[in-house]
Design a protein around this ligand. Structure first.
Ligand code: BG6
Ligand code: MG
Length: 215
């Protein structure tokens, strides 16, 4: 049995845009410059590590307590944006891809750095859709460390060489390769020099996966 491990934010759903909106609000409040290019560096990166990247542009050092406060504020803005989401926010193409893979008997997992993963899956009507969910709540090191994907493979009972990771983050491609997985890059991750396959759109995925796992 072969498996596909999906990143969540920016692959299954467009929550990457909501992360940006929430970080932009707190960065503006602090008077720190922040734009979509800097936001791209936050893809796949944990909440606190994301804040450290944003604070590179700050004119002063922030204490740990200040950082915790800002991260909590960002998360509460982000969570209220998530609360407006529902099943209609799941792209039809993405749903079709998941269904096609499931019908073929492919195991499906999530491998996300987000601690909000379960909430998002619930909002999108995907709560019981995946055979395993490995996320920010079960890891100690975020991407580019392979931990989140290795845990997902372990939960599925498959070896890394029998699974393929789908990612929109450069750090996610690094993580997949470090774990011994093949990987598919979408968006910025499609430009990673070592990516195994690049796709423009999720609808291209079943064909790519079919090619990889033909024995
Ligand atoms: C990743 C996102 O999926 O999760 C990152 O790409 C985000 O941008 C990280 O920082 C952590 O998310 P959360 O929801 O735990 O703050
Ligand atoms: Mg992502």
């Amino acid at each position: 049995m072969k498996a596909v491990i999906f990143d969540l934010d920016g692959v299954i759903c467009f929550t990457d845009k909501l992360h940006y909106k929430a970080w932009k609000t707190v960065a503006d409040e602090q008077g720190i410059y922040f734009d979509e290019k800097i936001n791209d560096r936050l893809r796949g990166v944990s909440r606190m590590a994301s804040l450290d990247i944003i604070l590179e542009r700050a004119g002063r050092a922030y204490s740990l307590d200040e950082k915790k406060e800002i991260a909590e504020k960002k998360n509460s803005i982000y969570v209220s944006l998530l609360d407006t989401m529902n099943e209609n926010d799941l792209d039809d193409g993405v749903k079709e891809v998941l269904d096609t893979l499931r019908e073929r008997g492919t195991l499906l997992a999530i491998g996300s750095s987000s601690k909000n993963t379960k909430k998002i899956l619930e909002k999108l009507g995907l709560k019981d859709y995946f055979d395993a969910v490995s996320d920010g709540t079960n890891i100690t090191r975020s991407k580019p460390d392979p931990e989140v994907f290795l845990k997902a493979a372990q939960m599925l009972g498959v070896e890394p060489e029998d699974a393929i990771v789908v990612e929109d983050a450069l750090s996610g491609i690094d993580a997949a390769l470090a774990g011994g997985f093949k990987c598919v890059g979408i968006g910025e991750a499609a430009t990673h020099p070592q990516v195994t396959y690049s796709i423009k759109d999720m609808t291209e995925l079943p064909e790519v996966v079919g090619g990889v796992f033909v024995s």
